[in-house]
Design a protein around this ligand. Structure first.
Ligand code: ZN
Length: 194
């Protein structure tokens, strides 16, 4: 028993790692033309979670303006996470991406200027609410931890698109497991506008 316990204590520090270093090596970068400076030199204080309601390949065409959605116009998130956990970045975090639209939370109306947007590849209501795979959720946890630590984002400001635009949006939808994020140190157990 004594030996096992000692070994565990020796091994534990070795497997600790820095999220920031791991994330940088995993992210595939694309340069979406859909961005601008954050208004009033705003710093991001929200993370907004979305679902694509289409395949990543189709969403990619929209973010790169290879196709334009006539209803939504030009759009872009900062990050997309594919079903297999692959993370893509389209807009630098310092810049204002175009994902939130008309929205409101806690006195903020220009959420695009104050947020980092993450799209999850999931068909949502278009596909009968397919499960978000664990590998994708784990990638989201890692990415949120990384973004949180670098931007000092509070858990109460990690929200879904449906929270900030409830009259227009339902994503990431009812099948998204907020409690899984909470159990992994991301967000709040119960979200309420103040
Ligand atoms: Zn959305």
């Amino acid at each position: 028993m004594f030996i096992k316990k000692s070994l565990r204590h020796v091994v534990m520090p070795i497997i600790r790692y820095s999220y920031t270093n791991i994330m940088k090596s995993k992210i595939i970068k694309h340069n979406s033309p859909n961005f601008e400076d954050r208004k009033n030199t705003a710093k991001p204080c929200f993370i907004i979670i979305h679902c694509t309601e289409m395949s990543w390949k189709d969403a990619h065409k929209l973010y790169m303006n290879e196709e334009i959605d006539k209803n939504a116009g030009r759009i872009s998130p900062h990050y997309v996470i594919e079903k297999d956990g692959t993370i893509h970045q389209y807009v630098d975090e310092e810049k204002r991406a175009w994902h939130a639209g008309k929205s409101y939370w806690d006195g903020y109306t220009d959420i695009n200027s104050y947020s980092i947007g993450i799209e999850l590849e999931n068909m949502g209501k278009m596909g009968g609410y397919p499960k978000y795979p664990k590998i994708q959720m784990d990638a989201l946890v890692d990415l949120c931890k990384d973004i949180k630590s670098r931007n000092n984002i509070e858990d109460k400001y990690i929200l879904g698109h449906s929270d900030i635009a409830p009259d227009r949006k339902t994503d990431p939808d009812k099948h998204f497991d907020w409690s899984y994020l909470f159990k992994n140190g991301i967000g709040l157990k119960n979200i309420k506008a103040q």
